[in-house]
Ligand binder design. Structure first.
Ligand code: 5GP
Ligand code: MN
Length: 328
């Protein structure tokens, strides 16, 4: 609950903020914004992550101060865990021994924190952090505004997804008034790719296939394709959106080969096709329209299994007139 979070912040001094491995725009934007808020209140605060800040987010205010850690190595009064389904998602082993504040907008999140503040109506955790800033009486600085804007921008798919509401634009408007620079942030996040990424996009898109109905499409990235392009795993993020731009396509799978015959699978869908259910059948999870899982399997069999489940999901989806594409 927000009230308890505020009370905790007011009573204590030393805080860390962390989020899931391979952080994204919402997890980083929200973490950095919260860090700025805490520092603005005169607290000791830092963002700690298991993984480095992805290139796309290195221009967010404060991102250079994110400390990459293997485990908790300092004393904190509490650790904020941003948008994680469980306490292991940050990849920080002794996190469970800390006083944990779980902040998330996924309705499926385990209540693993000592405090849990969950708001499934928030478009992004960034929106919750913005509400916290206002509730605790922080001045919304350009740094806070920019970080929250980045969280909203990325988790709404640049305001394309169905979590984009009047409230989203109202908050975005307030953020711009407080110093967030939309064009500059979009440029930093979406027009700042390394050359190798676009080469990788070309190579991965050349693997595009669809089923006979044309409603399901899939793409694959091998280790070889990654190595040939010189791209990183992060550079393959978002490639899944291209097949989803095909008008007839309702569900997409992206098979990313990791080391030792493990595949990381991303699933995306439109409307009411529930890919979270599909991911859960393979041990993962997510939202209705964006989900994923990691599995050790032979590609040929795995792809058959996943496509079969996607077909069931597409065929059993309730009809919907609007195009609803939900965020991460
Ligand atoms: P992505 O395809 O971008 O890796 O993940 C999309 C969404 O699926 C994430 O925001 C998260 O909600 C969910 N997701 C992806 N991989 C996993 C996983 O291994 N476990 C769980 N519980 N959720 C996942
Ligand atoms: Mn999010």
């Amino acid at each position: 609950m927000l009230g308890q979070v505020i009370e905790l912040i007011e009573k204590h001094d030393r805080f860390a903020i962390t989020s899931h491995i391979r952080p994204d725009g919402d997890s980083l934007g929200s973490s950095l914004a919260l860090c700025w808020i805490l520092k603005g209140l005169g607290k000791n605060a830092e963002v700690i992550m298991r993984d480095e800040v992805p290139h796309a987010y290195t221009r967010l205010p404060g991102s250079l101060d994110v400390r990459v850690v293997e485990d908790i190595d300092r004393e904190y009064d509490a650790v904020f865990v941003i948008e994680c389904s469980d306490v292991t998602r940050p990849g920080i082993p002794s996190l469970a021994d800390q006083f944990v504040v779980n902040i998330d907008h996924h309705s499926t999140t385990a209540l693993f924190g000592n405090l849990n503040w969950i708001d499934a109506t928030a478009a992004a955790v960034g929106e919750m952090i913005y509400n916290l800033a206002k509730a605790i009486g922080s001045r919304v600085t350009p740094e806070i505004a920019g970080c929250v804007y980045a969280a909203l921008l990325t988790d709404t798919g640049s305001f394309h997804f169905s979590n984009t509401t009047e409230r989203t634009f109202k908050i975005a408007s307030e953020l711009v008034r407080n110093g967030a620079q939309p064009a500059k942030l979009s440029q930093a996040i979406f027009y700042n790719y390394p050359f190798a990424k676009i080469q990788l996009v070309g190579s991965v898109l050349s693997t595009l296939q669809r089923d006979e109905s044309g409603r399901i499409a899939w793409i694959r990235m091998t280790r070889e394709a990654m190595e040939l392009s010189g791209a990183s795993e992060e550079d393959s993020d978002n490639i899944i959106n291209y097949p989803l731009t095909i008008g007839d396509v309702e569900a997409v799978a992206f098979f990313r080969e990791q080391s030792n015959s493990t595949y990381r699978i991303s699933l995306r869908s439109k409307n009411r096709v529930n890919v979270a259910r599909v991911a859960e059948e393979f041990g993962g999870g997510g939202h209705t329209n964006a989900a994923g899982f990691t599995i050790q399997a032979d590609f040929d069999q795995l792809s058959l299994d996943v496509i079969k489940k996607l077909r069931e999901a597409v065929e059993s989806a309730p009809q919907s007139n609007g195009r609803e594409i939900k965020p991460r």
